[in-house]
Ligand binder design. Sequence first.
Ligand code: NAD
Length: 436
Amino acid sequence: MKVSVIGTGYVGLVSGTCLAETGNDVVCVDIDADKVKRMQGGEVPIYEPHLDVLFERNIEAGRLTFTTSLAEGLEHGEIIFLALPTPEDEDGSADLKYVLGVADQIGKLMTSYKVIVDKSTVPVGTSEKVYAAISKNARCEFDVVSNPEFLREGFAVDDFLKPERIIIGSASERATDLMKKLYKPFVRSGNPMIVMDEKSAELTKYAANSFLATKITFMNEIANFCEKVGADVDKVRIGMGTDSRIGKRFLFPGIGYGGSCFPKDVKALYKSGKDVDYNFQILDSVIQVNQNQKKALIPKIKAFFSGDLKGKHIGVWGLAFKPETDDIREASSLVVIDELLKLGAEVTAFDPEAMDNVKRKLGDSISFAPRMYGALEEADALVICTEWGVFRNPNFTLMKELMKQPVIFDGRNLYDVAEMASEGFHYESIGRDKAT
Ligand code: NAD
């Protein structure tokens, strides 16, 4: 089938590449000329595991091409995916200027029937707005479908190739049939394609992300409470998770969620509620608790250094908002680093993939270590912000040799408290006893 994808970020590039992988001819359009040039030259512009292999293979086979021309994309595809940003607006709502701006142009450029598929995360009612924006100038038939994306950065290729479900929000039989045909190769194991109205599809995405953010936040509150009463959140988590109604996943406490989705999606759903005079109290709390949680290690660090961090050298492991990505949008590490700098500390950070992005954002206000142990040289303490696999089983002996003193503040509960005590570390984490 002929497919075009408008926007080649984490969602658009993964979608386009995976759709090419099943034999479709895919044209990817992006407004960023430099990015398009790099992709045309065979460079994957983001870090996403396994994407490079598929990317190269499909470019070589001629099934995956890149352009800055929306007209070219519109000419090529019968199915047009919109994988455009929907960032947080000043009032917390999702900013639709990218989606509606492109929709506006689509009406002018379309010369034959198209299915316009909204893959961006958008508030309820957006498909009607997209439809209206295209209609203003359209000279041919078209349908608008809501097809929210559930891929996770770090697992995006696998999630796209083997989705747990595909949501198709459409009132058009013609568009639904085309979508089912396109997605059939991805659901051979029997996972469902769920067809519903556009509004319900749009809300499904926000409801799913807000629920997951709430689940994490609930555990963070339980962890904070554990610290007050001397319980161990790891034991509580395992005890709770064995209840199949609760499940084991998304119960890990830490220094808050970040990323390009949860923070903005929870806020956007909260704002959508306000717009129709509905107060999503639970989401209001989730937003507040998460903001505070990002700073959960700071009082512990301050207490350890008796409030004086001036000139203290702090190593930071992990900058990405989660492992297996270079994405630093709303990353907890940025809040932690900001607080440490405000307290007068000197920071040297290491991340396997996200250092370039942080360098661009923070300039030389912090130093970067090319290797993980480099961040520990002469360090007064190590702060862990992201649970990269490579941090899970480090060489504690080497760490002690490199550091000025063996002190770790762990925002992701990577290590066993008793083990850290026997290794001789001062070790503080989230919702558990400290080792001193
Ligand atoms: P992104 O910021 O990584 O990428 C967006 C791309 O769109 C950029 O390359 C940008 O240059 C391009 N773009 C902007 N305006 C354009 C225009 N007028 N024409 C062509 N290209 C244009 O965004 P993303 O993370 O891929 O997210 C896209 C959407 O998908 C958002 O609504 C997001 O909420 C949603 N989503 C994201 C994820 C995720 O994990 N990142 C998962 C599910 C859904």
